[in-house]
Ligand binder design. Structure first.
Ligand SMILES: Cc1cc2nc3c(=O)[nH]c(=O)nc-3n(C[C@H](O)[C@H](O)[C@H](O)COP(=O)(O)OP(=O)(O)OC[C@H]3O[C@@H](n4cnc5c(N)ncnc54)[C@H](O)[C@@H]3O)c2cc1C
Length: 384
């Protein structure tokens, strides 16, 4: 069989741009194919900022992935001159028994992270923007946390992949992937590519190319707010850092204060209005119904912020049944690797995931155990 390259990476968003980069730095031949233009606003990786945390409450094995990601993001900053990650810290707030607090403490304990525990009085003194914190709520300060800048990161990773030798095709949609005896054919409208392995990282569209994965793309509007007139407390990122806050009624809010080029961003962890979608026909218009819940929560949690959003956009979260990613070889197939199912917390790990995909693709030891993200946990056993 005549191969066009050893690897094709399909979808150059958060995970794919980094997978292409990390494969190309290993001096392997790589083709990267992206349907739109890198840094676009059609998928899951736009809206200027993402929360970056190291004490990852979702799983302790995410801690080394976040740290590796941060180091790689710094390399991308250096190569591109664009800000990719900032370390302004983050505070988690909630009852001792909530996942926000217990998950963060478990990750910190497992890796000896330098977190700081804050009792309610200290929380209110240090972060007076947060009003109405319940009497039994506590805080955990993660000094290694902060913000990441997703559009910059994708553009920088695609450029870094190209500089390392990857051949990049933008504005090119993959319409089919056929697994062959010893390789894969990746079809676009204008030409086909034959490669030894294909990496599919098409975000909310992953289920269109690998339909057997249990993935649930959801429309997720994002909302930015302004300070109320005469607000008592400052709302810049230095005074109002990144937070995740469990409210009394099990609703979570996440967000951060404003900074250079970004506003006060606040969103709910979940909203019954944000239902499943087909990513090709998602409604990108955001209306008052979309911000009903977050406005109510903002009014209760932050009296110094105008609860009517000043800016909105629509994005998509792709949920896995257990809230963890899907990274690996479905059915242990040596021709195919998937990366997706970000479940609303994958951006901070994107460069680490790119490294993990490159390690899986080349048969190197992986930087973290992969069982908890292996797609085979959802698939019936056996090769295809
Ligand atoms: C509102 C919101 C808030 C979030 N907050 C955080 C946060 O604070 N912290 C955090 O860590 N994570 C957060 N996330 C999650 C994180 O942003 C995503 O998990 C991550 O960006 C997903 O990256 P991806 O590579 O899977 O998808 P994408 O970045 O969407 O990449 C998929 C790419 O594939 C391309 N593609 C699709 N189909 C084809 C095709 N047929 N041919 C070629 N190319 C194709 C698309 O154009 C796209 O570029 C949030 C997500 C949302 C929506």
């Amino acid at each position: 069989m005549q191969f066009d390259a050893e690897f094709a990476v399909v979808g150059l968003g958060a995970m794919g741009s980094n997978a292409a980069w990390r494969l190309a730095t290993r001096r392997r031949s790589v083709i990267g194919i992206e349907r739109f233009h890198p840094g676009h606003v059609q998928g899951s990786t736009h809206g200027t900022t993402r929360i970056f945390r190291v004490a990852c409450l979702e799983h302790p094995d995410l801690v080394p992935l976040a740290r590796r990601s941060r180091d790689l993001f710094r390399e991308l900053e250096h190569s591109s001159g664009l800000p990719v990650v900032s370390q302004s810290g983050a505070v988690m707030i909630g009852p001792e028994t909530s996942d926000v607090i217990s998950g963060t403490l478990a990750a910190a304990a497992a890796h000896g992270l330098p977190i700081e525990r804050l009792e309610r009085a200290a929380l209110l003194e240090r972060f007076p923007q947060h009003a109405g914190i319940a009497v039994d709520h506590v805080g955990v300060w993660d000094p290694e946390a902060g913000l990441a800048f997703p559009e910059h990161a994708v553009v920088a990773a695609v450029d870094a992949a190209r500089s390392a030798g990857a051949e990049i095709f933008t504005d090119t949609r993959v319409i089919d992937i056929e697994l062959l005896d010893g390789g894969a054919r990746v079809a676009t409208a204008t030409r086909d590519f034959v490669v030894r392995q294909v990496v599919v990282t098409t975000g909310p569209w992953l289920g269109k190319l690998v339909p057997e994965l249990p993935l649930d793309p959801q429309r997720t509007p994002m909302t930015w707010f302004d300070e109320s007139e005469g607000a008592d407390h400052p709302h810049g990122i230095e005074d109002f850092p990144t937070f995740i806050r469990a409210m009394d009624d099990d609703q979570w809010l996440w967000g951060h204060g404003s900074g250079d080029g970004f506003g006060i961003k606040i969103g709910p962890e979940d909203d019954p209005n944000f239902g499943p979608v087909d990513p090709d026909t998602v409604d990108r218009y955001v209306s008052a119904r979309d911000w009903e819940l977050v406005s109510d929560l903002v009014a209760r949690a932050f009296p110094g912020i105008d609860p009517v959003p000043a800016r909105t956009t629509t994005c998509m979260i792709t949920r896995s049944p257990d809230g963890q990613f899907q990274i690996g070889r479905p059915h242990h197939d040596p021709r195919l690797i998937v990366g997706g199912g970000g479940s609303g917390h994958a951006f901070k790990h994107a460069a680490g995931i790119g490294e993990l995909i490159a390690q899986i693709a080349t048969g190197e030891p992986t930087l973290v155990p992969t069982d908890f993200v292996d797609p085979n946990r959802f698939l019936s056993s056996g090769m295809r």
